[in-house]
Design a protein around this ligand. Structure first.
Ligand code: SAH
Length: 353
């Protein structure tokens, strides 16, 4: 049985599967259809309190309140971009921590970028989320509720989810996998697994284990360099795992799931953006099943990394294309509302928000 608990020690019912809720309610002497109703209140109607669950008896609602927590995030701040409609949210957790999520509108639907941890301990040099280290893991309910709150606030269906906010998903493995199953559950929001993307800095055992889960989600690898030497200057995790092994794990992921990968490459001026590096990247990925997503690095004030200029980005892309690599340039969304990649949270915590 699940032993996830919220801060006051009550069981975290929003992190439970329907089977688990059914068992819990049976123990309380309730029939199984009550469990279905409760699951529907939590994961379809997106209820924020037990009190509002009008189809359940008062007595059951009282028992639920006594024994369980219904994790709900508090909206601390919402910022809307005037440029592209992107919205950024700061949400408060029950223990006072703040996390950041982003809502983006695309032609193919609405996408939410969620955080998987409060902070991060991976230490990537260009990333704002890792500057203060890891505070704690998020529970499945806290990942789900980022989406539930945003869908409620915008009034629009979320069709895609990317686990690309603060945190390293493979460093919070069980909770992330449980989250993926719950968000794609037919009895919940039922977001297709093919519309879910998990981004990792490249933790080899995590990727290999993830390949065995029987999930159909897209895996994105934060590559950011064509060789170990450059990668180590940007990402401490590269000291633990060689690129060769990371790419081997990615190939295994493709073999097991049939899902093509995304290779993320943040372009940093003078660090990883010259044409020699583009050529090396093309050779490195020649036989890999996936495409490259180029991201102009978002400069953070704590570091002196600078974005590559437009021409360098275009040249880098062209060279990859000439070598037969599929490549896209990530559109920058919501630049006018507090940077990106954990920078809104960071500035809020420092009192500049
Ligand atoms: N820990 C996971 C997911 C979170 S970061 C991972 O490393 O993949 C999501 C993506 O944004 C990663 O590719 C990360 O390297 C990139 N990223 C983080 N900060 C950035 C910044 N300031 N500019 C550009 N990309 C950044």
């Amino acid at each position: 049985m699940l032993d996830l608990k919220n801060c006051d020690g009550r069981k975290d019912i929003k992190s439970m599967t329907l089977d688990e809720i059914t068992e819990e309610l049976e123990a309380l002497g309730e029939k199984s259809f009550r469990a279905k109703q409760l699951y529907d209140w939590i994961h379809v109607k997106l209820a924020v309190s037990f009190d509002g669950m009008s189809s359940l008896s008062k007595e059951l609602r009282r028992k639920l309140k006594e024994n369980y927590s219904l994790t709900s995030l508090k909206t601390v701040e919402e910022r809307r971009s005037r440029v592209d409609g992107t919205r950024k949210y700061l949400f408060g957790l029950e223990d006072g921590h703040i996390i950041e999520s982003v809502w983006m509108q695309y032609q193919h639907g609405n996408s939410v970028c969620i955080s998987s941890q409060v902070g991060c301990r991976m230490g990537c040099r260009f990333c704002a989320s890792t500057l203060d280290g890891l505070e704690r893991n998020l529970r499945p309910s806290e990942m789900l509720d980022q989406i539930y709150r945003i869908q409620s606030l915008t009034g629009e269906r979320v069709s895609h989810v990317v686990v690309m906010g603060a945190g390293e998903p493979m460093d919070n493995y069980e909770n992330v996998v449980r989250f993926l199953r719950l968000i794609s559950s037919e009895k919940g929001l039922n977001i297709s697994q093919r519309n879910l993307t998990v981004s990792t800095c490249g933790i080899v055992p995590g990727i290999r284990r993830f390949a065995e889960e029987g999930l159909q989600v897209t895996l994105a690898l934060s590559l950011h360099a064509p060789n170990d030497e450059v990668r180590r200057t940007l990402m401490p995790v590269a000291n633990r795992y060689k690129l060769e092994d990371v790419l081997g794990a990615c190939r295994y992921y493709f073999e097991k799931t049939g899902r093509r990968l995304t290779f993320e490459y943040s372009l940093v001026r003078g660090v990883n953006d010259n044409l020699e590096e583009a050529g090396a990247l093309a050779r490195l990925l020649r036989d890999e099943k996936g495409h490259v997503n180029l991201i102009p690095v978002n400069p953070i004030k704590e570091r002196d990394y600078v974005q590559s200029d437009r021409k360098a980005i275009a040249d880098f892309k062209n060279l990859l294309e000439k070598n037969g690599i599929n490549v896209t340039i990530r559109r920058e969304m919501g630049r006018d509302i507090g940077g990106a990649c954990g920078q809104l949270r960071k500035s809020y915590m420092e009192g500049e928000g």
